[in-house]
Design a binder for this molecule. Structure first.
Ligand SMILES: Cc1cc2nc3c(=O)[nH]c(=O)nc-3n(C[C@H](O)[C@H](O)[C@H](O)COP(=O)(O)O)c2cc1C
Length: 362
């Protein structure tokens, strides 16, 4: 299935203020009924948003639903102080949720009008999305929307089959549409990248602060609906050919299998031009569009961000001359199905909304 990268799914150009948006709002859609209860359409859109990937499955986003717009907030109480002191990966995660929201609106025949507002008067408000004018539902919007609930991080070994160049080109196209650059690295660079990831992972394993933080997000405390559940840890890569983040350090899974991973993994780096909150939100949207495109093309994916969380190692991935900064390292391949990770109930993400959610949303 081909996923055309252009002509859909982008609020292009991204508006800087709301004035031009208001002019286009002839056929408005209400997000809540007269009693202030969220409409089913709005609930569906928000559920798509919260299916996005997030660092350690922290789900660091919140929503304030107005009559005709949705405000997206960063939930900084969920920031990872050790691996993400600047909140970079937090905003990448919020960007991924934003992309899902946009795709869900498009797949519902509405043009999402997006305004990124990091650093505005309300410090945690990062974006506002308005369901804009009706639009015809493109094939790409439909395919990407269908992929949202099917995309899961896959930490299992992938098949040795190489990913065809035209599929990799689709992934690069998806990132480019969202204003980022995806570089699939050649074997020599790949081995160097994996070497740095391995070094970062080993360094972290000796850091008590890192282990304490990892414990917070991996220890199974009964009915928690965030963090990484043991069934998503994946097997143990005996030779660490693919140095995945080891989520089983604190709470080892009994009889966790040691298996061989693919010898020639497909590795890519996602870059943005510059490194500020707006670019992190952009990176998150590009990341999620790339991951959804991979899902549509039958590919599994894993993120490996360990060296990008250590400033000196991150510098190794920066192309200073072009101001290209690495935001995420990815692995793609054909893999067995992977387990979904839990999500908190929609209700827990709604902030001071005028639209209360019914109990059955839980
Ligand atoms: C910015 C960011 C960094 C991530 N880094 C890693 C990583 O280093 N290793 C890993 O296995 N998963 C990583 N993930 C994936 C998350 O753990 C995953 O999205 C989360 O557990 C939710 O699971 P799901 O993707 O299956 O929905 C990262 C995700 C994001 C958004």
């Amino acid at each position: 299935m081909r996923v055309p990268a252009t002509g859909v799914g982008r609020t292009s150009p991204v508006p800087r203020d709301l004035a031009p948006l208001e002019a286009t709002m002839q056929e408005e859609i209400r997000l809540a009924d007269s009693n202030g209860v969220l409409t089913p359409v709005a609930r569906g859109w928000l559920r798509s948003a919260l299916a996005a990937p997030s660092i350690h499955n922290t789900q660091p986003w919140r929503f304030r639903v107005g009559d005709r717009h949705i405000d997206i907030f960063a939930d900084r109480s969920r920031r990872l102080h050790v691996v993400d002191p600047r909140g970079r990966e937090l905003l990448i995660s919020v960007g991924a949720a934003l992309l899902n929201l946009r795709v869900a609106m498009l797949a519902n025949g509405r043009t999402p009008m997006l305004r990124l507002v990091p650093g505005g008067a309300e410090p945690d408000l990062v974006a506002q999305v308005i369901p804009g004018p009706p639009t015809s539902i493109s094939e790409t919007a439909r395919l990407l929307a269908e992929a949202i609930p099917r995309r899961h991080t896959n930490r299992r070994p992938f098949d040795p089959t190489a990913v065809p160049p035209e599929v990799l080109a689709d992934l690069c196209g998806a990132a480019a549409v969202e204003g980022a650059h995806l570089e699939v690295v050649d074997p020599a660079v790949r081995d160097a990248v994996l070497g740095v990831v391995r070094t970062a992972e080993h360094r972290r394993r000796r850091d008590p602060e890192y282990l304490r933080e990892l414990a917070e997000w991996t220890v199974d405390v009964g009915d928690r609906r965030d963090g990484i559940p043991p069934e998503a840890f994946g097997p143990w890569s005996a030779l660490e050919v693919v140095p995945l983040r080891d989520f089983g350090l604190i709470q080892p899974v009994p009889r966790r299998a040691a298996v061989e991973f693919e010898a020639e993994p497909t590795i890519a780096l996602l870059y943005t031009t510059g490194d500020n909150p707006e670019q992190w939100l952009r990176a998150g949207q590009a990341l999620e569009r790339t991951l959804l495109t991979a899902t549509v093309r039958g590919l599994a994916s894993t993120l490996m961000t360990q060296p990008l969380e250590l400033p000196q190692m991150r510098e190794l991935f920066t192309v200073s001359a072009e101001n290209q900064v690495a935001q995420v390292i990815l692995r793609f391949g054909y893999g067995p199905p992977s387990a979904p990770s839990p999500r908190r109930p929609l209700e827990s993400f709604l902030l001071g909304t005028d639209a209360p959610v019914r109990r059955h949303d839980r």
